[in-house]
Design a binder for this molecule. Structure first.
Ligand code: SF4
Length: 297
Protein backbone atom coordinates (compact mmCIF):
# COMPACT_ATOMS: atom_id res chain seq x y z
CA UNK A 1 0.00 0.00 0.00
CA UNK A 2 1.28 3.47 -0.74
CA UNK A 3 0.95 6.53 1.47
CA UNK A 4 -1.05 8.11 -1.39
CA UNK A 5 -3.60 5.26 -1.14
CA UNK A 6 -3.99 5.96 2.57
CA UNK A 7 -4.40 9.68 1.94
CA UNK A 8 -7.16 8.99 -0.56
CA UNK A 9 -8.96 6.45 1.67
CA UNK A 10 -8.97 8.87 4.60
CA UNK A 11 -10.19 11.71 2.38
CA UNK A 12 -12.99 9.49 1.05
CA UNK A 13 -14.03 8.62 4.61
CA UNK A 14 -14.26 12.25 5.75
CA UNK A 15 -17.99 11.83 6.47
CA UNK A 16 -17.22 8.93 8.83
CA UNK A 17 -15.15 10.16 11.78
CA UNK A 18 -12.46 7.61 12.63
CA UNK A 19 -11.27 6.89 16.14
CA UNK A 20 -8.16 4.99 15.15
CA UNK A 21 -5.90 3.85 12.34
CA UNK A 22 -3.83 0.70 12.74
CA UNK A 23 -1.03 -0.20 10.37
CA UNK A 24 -0.14 -3.87 10.09
CA UNK A 25 1.10 -6.41 7.57
CA UNK A 26 3.08 -8.55 7.10
CA UNK A 27 5.57 -6.35 8.88
CA UNK A 28 5.15 -2.58 8.49
CA UNK A 29 8.70 -1.80 9.70
CA UNK A 30 10.01 -3.33 6.45
CA UNK A 31 8.72 -0.13 4.79
CA UNK A 32 9.81 2.56 7.26
CA UNK A 33 9.27 5.46 4.82
CA UNK A 34 5.66 4.47 4.06
CA UNK A 35 5.03 3.77 7.74
CA UNK A 36 6.23 7.24 8.82
CA UNK A 37 4.25 8.92 6.03
CA UNK A 38 1.01 7.06 6.90
CA UNK A 39 1.40 8.08 10.55
CA UNK A 40 1.85 11.74 9.55
CA UNK A 41 -1.16 11.66 7.22
CA UNK A 42 -3.33 10.10 9.97
CA UNK A 43 -2.12 12.67 12.49
CA UNK A 44 -2.95 15.54 10.12
CA UNK A 45 -6.47 14.09 9.83
CA UNK A 46 -6.82 14.43 13.61
CA UNK A 47 -7.14 10.69 14.29
CA UNK A 48 -6.80 10.14 18.04
CA UNK A 49 -5.22 6.69 18.08
CA UNK A 50 -2.53 5.77 15.58
CA UNK A 51 -1.07 2.33 16.10
CA UNK A 52 1.25 -0.19 14.53
CA UNK A 53 1.43 -3.96 14.86
CA UNK A 54 4.94 -5.42 14.61
CA UNK A 55 7.04 -8.40 15.59
CA UNK A 56 9.83 -6.11 16.90
CA UNK A 57 12.58 -7.60 14.69
CA UNK A 58 14.12 -4.13 14.38
CA UNK A 59 14.87 -3.77 18.12
CA UNK A 60 18.23 -5.53 17.93
CA UNK A 61 19.24 -3.76 21.16
CA UNK A 62 17.44 -1.51 23.65
CA UNK A 63 19.03 1.58 22.05
CA UNK A 64 18.12 0.40 18.51
CA UNK A 65 14.52 0.08 19.71
CA UNK A 66 14.53 3.68 20.95
CA UNK A 67 16.15 4.94 17.74
CA UNK A 68 13.51 3.30 15.54
CA UNK A 69 10.53 4.41 17.59
CA UNK A 70 11.58 7.97 18.35
CA UNK A 71 10.85 9.53 14.89
CA UNK A 72 7.60 7.56 14.62
CA UNK A 73 6.42 8.84 18.00
CA UNK A 74 7.28 12.37 16.93
CA UNK A 75 5.26 11.80 13.75
CA UNK A 76 2.20 10.87 15.83
CA UNK A 77 2.39 7.16 16.62
CA UNK A 78 0.92 6.59 20.10
CA UNK A 79 0.03 2.89 20.24
CA UNK A 80 1.95 -0.29 19.49
CA UNK A 81 1.20 -4.00 19.54
CA UNK A 82 4.18 -6.33 19.58
CA UNK A 83 3.52 -9.93 18.59
CA UNK A 84 5.72 -12.46 20.29
CA UNK A 85 4.91 -16.13 20.78
CA UNK A 86 5.80 -19.64 19.74
CA UNK A 87 4.91 -18.84 16.10
CA UNK A 88 6.92 -15.63 15.78
CA UNK A 89 9.84 -17.07 17.76
CA UNK A 90 10.67 -19.32 14.77
CA UNK A 91 11.91 -16.22 12.94
CA UNK A 92 12.26 -13.42 15.52
CA UNK A 93 13.80 -13.98 18.92
CA UNK A 94 11.52 -12.96 21.80
CA UNK A 95 14.51 -10.99 23.14
CA UNK A 96 14.09 -8.54 20.25
CA UNK A 97 10.37 -8.22 20.93
CA UNK A 98 11.17 -7.55 24.59
CA UNK A 99 13.63 -4.80 23.57
CA UNK A 100 10.84 -3.26 21.46
CA UNK A 101 8.36 -3.47 24.36
CA UNK A 102 10.84 -1.87 26.77
CA UNK A 103 11.60 0.93 24.31
CA UNK A 104 7.88 1.66 23.78
CA UNK A 105 7.23 1.69 27.55
CA UNK A 106 10.24 3.93 28.20
CA UNK A 107 9.03 6.40 25.58
CA UNK A 108 5.60 6.67 27.18
CA UNK A 109 3.40 5.35 24.37
CA UNK A 110 -0.26 5.60 25.40
CA UNK A 111 -0.90 1.96 24.62
CA UNK A 112 1.67 -0.84 24.61
CA UNK A 113 0.33 -4.34 24.09
CA UNK A 114 2.21 -7.62 23.87
CA UNK A 115 0.15 -10.05 21.85
CA UNK A 116 0.84 -13.73 22.50
CA UNK A 117 -0.84 -16.29 20.24
CA UNK A 118 -1.88 -19.76 21.36
CA UNK A 119 -3.37 -22.59 19.36
CA UNK A 120 -6.71 -23.06 21.13
CA UNK A 121 -7.33 -24.33 23.68
CA UNK A 122 -4.40 -22.67 25.43
CA UNK A 123 -3.92 -25.61 27.80
CA UNK A 124 -3.14 -27.86 24.81
CA UNK A 125 0.53 -28.76 24.99
CA UNK A 126 2.45 -28.58 21.70
CA UNK A 127 5.78 -26.96 20.77
CA UNK A 128 4.10 -23.67 19.80
CA UNK A 129 1.91 -23.30 22.88
CA UNK A 130 4.72 -24.41 25.21
CA UNK A 131 6.97 -21.68 23.79
CA UNK A 132 4.14 -19.12 24.02
CA UNK A 133 3.69 -20.03 27.71
CA UNK A 134 7.40 -19.43 28.36
CA UNK A 135 7.20 -16.01 26.70
CA UNK A 136 3.98 -15.18 28.60
CA UNK A 137 5.70 -16.01 31.90
CA UNK A 138 8.60 -13.65 31.01
CA UNK A 139 6.25 -10.77 30.18
CA UNK A 140 3.64 -10.99 32.91
CA UNK A 141 3.74 -8.79 35.97
CA UNK A 142 4.59 -5.49 34.26
CA UNK A 143 1.79 -3.12 35.33
CA UNK A 144 2.35 -0.81 32.32
CA UNK A 145 2.17 -3.56 29.72
CA UNK A 146 -1.14 -4.93 28.45
CA UNK A 147 -0.63 -8.62 27.88
CA UNK A 148 -3.12 -10.10 25.42
CA UNK A 149 -3.75 -13.76 24.73
CA UNK A 150 -4.76 -14.30 21.10
CA UNK A 151 -6.21 -17.62 19.97
CA UNK A 152 -5.07 -18.56 16.47
CA UNK A 153 -7.92 -18.22 13.97
CA UNK A 154 -7.90 -21.03 11.42
CA UNK A 155 -8.09 -18.99 8.24
CA UNK A 156 -5.58 -19.01 5.36
CA UNK A 157 -2.21 -20.55 6.09
CA UNK A 158 -3.18 -21.13 9.72
CA UNK A 159 -5.96 -23.45 8.49
CA UNK A 160 -3.45 -25.38 6.37
CA UNK A 161 -0.59 -25.57 8.82
CA UNK A 162 -1.93 -25.35 12.35
CA UNK A 163 -5.32 -27.04 12.38
CA UNK A 164 -3.59 -30.43 12.78
CA UNK A 165 -2.44 -29.36 16.26
CA UNK A 166 -6.05 -29.18 17.46
CA UNK A 167 -8.40 -31.85 18.56
CA UNK A 168 -10.86 -31.54 15.65
CA UNK A 169 -14.57 -31.56 16.44
CA UNK A 170 -17.81 -32.45 14.78
CA UNK A 171 -19.38 -29.03 14.19
CA UNK A 172 -22.65 -27.64 12.98
CA UNK A 173 -22.23 -24.49 10.89
CA UNK A 174 -23.10 -21.40 12.96
CA UNK A 175 -26.00 -19.11 12.09
CA UNK A 176 -24.08 -16.10 13.38
CA UNK A 177 -20.53 -15.18 14.23
CA UNK A 178 -18.59 -12.15 15.40
CA UNK A 179 -15.92 -10.37 13.38
CA UNK A 180 -12.30 -10.74 14.54
CA UNK A 181 -11.65 -8.85 17.80
CA UNK A 182 -9.46 -6.22 16.10
CA UNK A 183 -12.48 -5.21 13.97
CA UNK A 184 -14.96 -5.21 16.85
CA UNK A 185 -18.75 -4.91 16.91
CA UNK A 186 -20.93 -7.34 15.02
CA UNK A 187 -21.35 -8.17 11.35
CA UNK A 188 -24.55 -6.07 11.46
CA UNK A 189 -22.62 -3.14 12.87
CA UNK A 190 -18.88 -3.61 12.54
CA UNK A 191 -16.71 -1.06 14.33
CA UNK A 192 -13.90 -1.17 11.81
CA UNK A 193 -12.69 -2.47 8.50
CA UNK A 194 -9.38 -3.52 7.05
CA UNK A 195 -7.95 -2.70 3.64
CA UNK A 196 -5.20 -4.75 2.07
CA UNK A 197 -2.46 -3.39 -0.22
CA UNK A 198 -4.51 -4.19 -3.32
CA UNK A 199 -7.55 -2.29 -2.08
CA UNK A 200 -9.70 -5.21 -0.89
CA UNK A 201 -11.95 -4.02 1.95
CA UNK A 202 -12.73 -6.66 4.55
CA UNK A 203 -14.47 -7.27 7.86
CA UNK A 204 -13.05 -10.81 8.07
CA UNK A 205 -9.91 -11.81 6.15
CA UNK A 206 -10.71 -13.12 2.69
CA UNK A 207 -14.33 -11.95 2.76
CA UNK A 208 -14.48 -8.73 0.80
CA UNK A 209 -17.04 -5.94 0.50
CA UNK A 210 -15.40 -4.77 -2.71
CA UNK A 211 -12.23 -3.08 -3.85
CA UNK A 212 -11.39 0.50 -2.88
CA UNK A 213 -9.06 0.78 -5.91
CA UNK A 214 -12.09 0.29 -8.15
CA UNK A 215 -14.89 1.97 -6.16
CA UNK A 216 -14.87 4.87 -3.69
CA UNK A 217 -14.35 3.58 -0.17
CA UNK A 218 -17.17 5.77 1.19
CA UNK A 219 -19.60 4.10 -1.24
CA UNK A 220 -18.54 0.62 -0.11
CA UNK A 221 -19.06 1.65 3.52
CA UNK A 222 -22.39 3.37 2.92
CA UNK A 223 -23.86 0.45 0.99
CA UNK A 224 -22.66 -2.11 3.55
CA UNK A 225 -25.26 -4.84 3.99
CA UNK A 226 -27.27 -3.46 1.10
CA UNK A 227 -25.00 -3.74 -1.90
CA UNK A 228 -26.55 -6.54 -3.93
CA UNK A 229 -23.50 -8.59 -2.97
CA UNK A 230 -25.15 -12.04 -3.05
CA UNK A 231 -22.69 -13.72 -0.79
CA UNK A 232 -22.88 -10.98 1.86
CA UNK A 233 -26.70 -11.07 1.78
CA UNK A 234 -26.66 -14.83 2.41
CA UNK A 235 -24.02 -14.44 5.10
CA UNK A 236 -25.81 -11.55 6.86
CA UNK A 237 -29.11 -13.49 6.96
CA UNK A 238 -27.84 -17.01 7.71
CA UNK A 239 -24.18 -16.72 8.76
CA UNK A 240 -21.64 -19.45 7.90
CA UNK A 241 -24.55 -21.95 7.77
CA UNK A 242 -25.93 -20.07 4.75
CA UNK A 243 -22.56 -20.29 3.00
CA UNK A 244 -22.39 -24.02 3.75
CA UNK A 245 -25.83 -24.55 2.16
CA UNK A 246 -24.75 -22.63 -0.92
CA UNK A 247 -21.53 -24.65 -1.17
CA UNK A 248 -23.41 -27.92 -0.75
CA UNK A 249 -25.75 -26.96 -3.61
CA UNK A 250 -22.60 -26.64 -5.72
CA UNK A 251 -21.23 -30.01 -4.63
CA UNK A 252 -19.25 -29.33 -1.45
CA UNK A 253 -18.98 -32.32 0.85
CA UNK A 254 -18.85 -31.35 4.49
CA UNK A 255 -15.93 -32.83 6.41
CA UNK A 256 -16.61 -34.95 9.44
CA UNK A 257 -14.38 -32.78 11.65
CA UNK A 258 -13.10 -29.19 11.78
CA UNK A 259 -10.71 -27.40 14.12
CA UNK A 260 -13.19 -24.57 14.85
CA UNK A 261 -16.20 -22.65 13.52
CA UNK A 262 -13.87 -20.36 11.57
CA UNK A 263 -12.07 -23.37 10.09
CA UNK A 264 -15.39 -24.73 8.81
CA UNK A 265 -16.33 -21.31 7.41
CA UNK A 266 -12.92 -20.91 5.77
CA UNK A 267 -13.03 -24.34 4.11
CA UNK A 268 -16.50 -23.57 2.76
CA UNK A 269 -15.36 -20.17 1.46
CA UNK A 270 -12.31 -21.80 -0.12
CA UNK A 271 -14.62 -24.12 -2.05
CA UNK A 272 -16.82 -21.17 -3.10
CA UNK A 273 -13.92 -18.86 -4.02
CA UNK A 274 -13.77 -19.68 -7.78
CA UNK A 275 -17.53 -18.92 -8.04
CA UNK A 276 -17.28 -15.55 -6.25
CA UNK A 277 -13.76 -14.20 -6.85
CA UNK A 278 -14.96 -10.59 -6.40
CA UNK A 279 -16.17 -11.23 -2.86
CA UNK A 280 -13.92 -14.04 -1.69
CA UNK A 281 -10.80 -11.98 -2.10
CA UNK A 282 -7.89 -11.53 -2.08
CA UNK A 283 -7.38 -14.88 -3.83
CA UNK A 284 -4.09 -15.27 -1.96
CA UNK A 285 -6.04 -15.89 1.24
CA UNK A 286 -7.21 -19.16 -0.31
CA UNK A 287 -4.16 -20.43 -2.14
CA UNK A 288 -1.19 -19.45 -0.02
CA UNK A 289 1.66 -21.84 -0.49
CA UNK A 290 2.14 -23.58 2.80
CA UNK A 291 5.57 -23.16 4.33
CA UNK A 292 5.68 -26.91 4.84
CA UNK A 293 5.34 -27.36 1.05
CA UNK A 294 7.84 -24.56 0.37
CA UNK A 295 10.38 -26.36 2.53
CA UNK A 296 9.82 -29.60 0.61
CA UNK A 297 10.52 -27.78 -2.69
S1 SF4 B 1 -14.01 -16.96 9.42
FE1 SF4 B 1 -16.23 -17.10 9.11
S2 SF4 B 1 -17.01 -17.78 11.12
FE2 SF4 B 1 -14.96 -16.93 11.46
S3 SF4 B 1 -15.31 -14.75 11.93
FE3 SF4 B 1 -14.88 -14.90 9.73
S4 SF4 B 1 -16.91 -14.99 8.80
FE4 SF4 B 1 -17.17 -15.53 10.98
Amino acid sequence: MTAQDVKRYLAELRGHPLESVWIYGGEPFLYPGVLAEVIKISKRKGIAQIGVLTNGYWATSPSAGLRKLSPLKQAGLNAIIISTDGLHAEAVSPDLAINAIRAALKMGFKKVIASVAFIPPRKLSNPINDRSEEIWAKLKGNPHLLLEENPVVFIGRAAQELSDYCQPKKLKAAQKCKPPSYIGGSFDEPQGLEIDPYGWVMICPGFSLGNAQKQPLAKLVEQYGNSGNTLWSIFCSHGPAGLLNLAQEKGYHQRALYASDCHLCYEVRKFLQPYYPEYLAPAGCYNEISRKRQRVR
